[in-house]
Ligand binder design. Structure first.
Ligand SMILES: [Zn+2]
Length: 198
């Protein structure tokens, strides 16, 4: 997909690489303002490199990993490493997002998200473009493998009965209002779910 863009726009969606993958120790708070990049205000001595995080965290540049599991959905911004740990342990959540639960109340669906930060105080926009591009690429790949279904009767699918949301695999919610369900059982190994230093 990226190759279809002109050279300038291709660069906007590059993998920023491991040097810009900055996971800080849980107790080390962001030192600048919301707009400041960690490289300008935070102490790199408090970062935990991909190598230190073990084999699941290492990958070649431009080869994103795919993770399957519970996505925690909230109407609040997740900016605390402590809260991230709590929700992960309590609900086996492997990532956090802010929109899907509301959508899933109306439309059972599969949620695909690109990971762009560690849901802590160091949250920044450095990985957002790459994350959006990888999620879009995965969605396109997934759709290309799903057989097409005729849409009839004002938007209801011909075999809508097969779209029952799973009752034993709920989406995790931790905000004050959202609720939703993960639409179906997803098979696949969950890895990369370990955050920070234990
Ligand atoms: Zn920071």
């Amino acid at each position: 997909m990226r190759l279809k863009l002109d050279k300038k726009r291709q660069g906007q969606y590059d993998d920023p690489g491991p040097i810009r993958d900055r996971l800080f120790e849980d107790s080390y708070q962001h030192q600048g303002t919301e707009l400041d990049d960690c490289k300008d205000c935070c102490d790199a001595d408090y970062t935990i490199s991909r190598f230190e995080r073990g084999e699941p965290a290492t990958r070649p540049t431009d080869e994103p990993s795919v993770h399957f599991g519970n996505i925690a959905s909230s109407n609040q911004l997740q900016i605390s490493a402590v809260e991230r740990h709590r929700v992960h342990l309590e609900h086996e959540a492997i990532c956090f997002e802010m929109e899907a639960a509301g959508v899933m109340e109306e439309h059972p669906c599969v949620v695909i998200r690109g990971i762009c930060d560690y849901a802590d105080s160091h949250k920044n926009k450095g990985w957002q473009n790459y994350a959006a591009a990888t999620a879009a690429a995965y969605a396109k790949g997934l759709l290309s493998m799903i057989p097409a279904i005729d849409v009839t009767d004002n938007g209801k699918t011909a075999n809508a009965s097969s779209h029952q949301p799973a009752t034993h695999s709920p989406n995790v919610t931790f905000g004050s209002q959202n609720s939703g369900q993960q639409a179906g059982v997803i098979n696949g190994g969950v890895h990369g779910a370990v955050f920070g230093r234990r």
